[in-house]
Design a binder for this molecule. Structure first.
Ligand code: ATP
Ligand code: MG
Length: 432
């Protein structure tokens, strides 16, 4: 175990949340060990602001719960304790020990505290252990550093500091075994490579193709949680490139992944959506999963709607059915909550409605609560090089007008092209 004294690292208590310091000091005062661990230590060592503060301790979940009135035990696969301070939640995890099995030769079931499937997947992992054991159970070396806020020391049992210096993502232990235990670790590998702008260590990357299909075993609800972290943490653009490079996007969005390989404009649209999302997050503007999901599934909706139109459905009916079908198929991989699928559908259907620009219709559309998202989505399509017949510009200008001017503008449009006609398709002039 490598112990780094206070004058040999840059972590200062000033940058640690008071609530986390309180929890650790309480645990220590009761004779327990307590360390800051995971992303917080990693980010502090990199000089950035951690987004949350996780704590590891030798106290059992029941003991931790007993010490904090404002706490509750959550989880089944991994039992952890949440200690709440207003809006802040400090996650306290008990050191995890070795479970039985863990390699191909003996995919054992373990005792009642730990369980593995015949493919090596960890179904339950509640065996408690020491700091050293806990360190090697974590996913990546840079995520397995511990900070003792009492002695101001950093503990490194897996060469995490070296990897931080080398700026590389390295999985702890035998990559294939660790991915088989929990295939989501492959997504975490690429997520942290994107977030930190690190390289992926050779063996950590090399094991991905052979293990990737195991992601099909992950429940769709867990994949949705992971999707949120991948695309709504401010590094969506870099994450998308990583997912494409390691051919992992198919395990989140199967159809999209195929279409992105075939069609440059779809790829441009999804890339533009990611870049916009990252920028909004950087600018402290709100982002919704619905918008980013609408973009990721748009190529699928467009293709499905075209197929339906070819079979004779009118455009709006085709779009409606295609939306339904796309969401229901995508949800088998990624369980998309209704509060997001509804706005997604509206954003898509709005893409047709925005073509109707008669006086009253246009005035109504602008007032619709989904107008803003749908309009942004239209601009995104144009940004990706799609020719919408300058529809975006039309709506941009329309919004700056007063009511009389709006009616005049709609009338002018009616005169020019007739209200029901769709914009003429010109050859694409790629602008991105
Ligand atoms: P951030 O919160 O910045 O996204 P983090 O490293 O804190 O990053 P969390 O998902 O909050 O990530 O997890 C906390 C810690 O728990 C990780 O740093 C890692 O040590 C451990 N961990 C999380 N998920 C896994 C996993 N699937 N397998 C092994 N260890 C994991
Ligand atoms: Mg965290």
């Amino acid at each position: 175990m490598n112990v780094i004294p206070r004058d040999k690292h840059c972590i200062s208590r000033k940058n640690i949340s008071d609530s986390a310091l309180k929890v650790m000091s309480r645990l220590r005062s009761q004779g327990h060990q307590a360390y800051l661990v995971g992303g917080a230590v990693r980010d502090l060592l990199l000089g950035s602001n951690p987004k949350d503060f996780d704590i590891a301790t030798d106290a059992t979940p029941e003991e931790v719960h007993g010490l904090f009135r404002n706490s509750r035990i959550i989880g089944r696969r991994f039992r952890i304790v949440h200690v709440r301070f207003g809006r802040e939640i400090i996650e306290v995890t008990t050191f995890r020990g070795h479970h039985e099995g863990g390699n191909e030769a003996s995919p054992a079931t373990g005792g009642s505290h730990s369980r593995q499937s015949d493919k090596g997947l960890l179904l339950r992992d509640n065996v408690y252990g020491t700091l050293e054991e806990d360190a090697v159970r974590r996913d990546l070396t840079v995520n397995a550093l511990y900070y003792d806020a009492g002695k101001f020391e950093v503990f490194d049992h897996v060469n995490g500091l070296t990897d931080l210096e080398k700026r590389q993502i390295c999985i702890i232990g035998e990559p294939a075994v660790r991915y088989r235990e929990d295939p989501v670790r492959m997504l975490r590998t690429v997520r942290f490579a994107a977030k930190l702008n690190f390289d992926i260590e050779q063996n950590t990357a090399k094991a991905i193709p052979a293990c990737a299909a195991l992601l099909r075993e992950i429940p769709s609800a867990r994949l949705f949680d992971e999707f949120l972290k991948l695309f709504l943490s401010g590094y969506a653009a870099a994450t998308l490139e990583q997912l494409l490079e390691h051919d992992l996007l198919q395990f989140l969005f199967d159809e999209t992944s195929h279409l992105l390989h075939q069609d440059a404009m779809s790829l441009a649209l999804v890339r533009a959506a990611m870049a916009n999302t990252d920028k909004r997050i950087a600018d402290d503007k709100p982002v919704t999963p619905a918008f980013i999901l609408a973009a990721l599934l748009w190529p699928v909706v467009v293709r499905t709607a075209a197929q339906q139109e070819n079979r004779g459905d009118p455009p709006m009916v085709a779009m409606h059915n295609a939306s339904q079908q796309t969401i229901s198929e995508a949800s088998q991989q990624l369980s998309i909550p209704r509060r997001f699928s509804q706005p997604m559908r509206e954003i898509w259907e709005f893409q047709l409605r925005l073509q109707r620009r008669q006086g009253k219709k246009a005035a109504e559309l602008v007032e619709h609560r989904r107008f803003r998202a749908a309009y942004d989505f239209l601009l995104l399509r144009e940004q990706a090089g799609e020719d919408t017949g300058d529809l975006g510009e039309w709506w941009t200008e329309y919004q700056t007008l007063d009511m009389d001017q709006r009616l005049a503008k709609s009338a002018e449009h009616n005169g020019k092209s007739g209200s029901r006609r769709r914009p003429r398709k010109r050859r694409n002039n790629q602008q991105t």
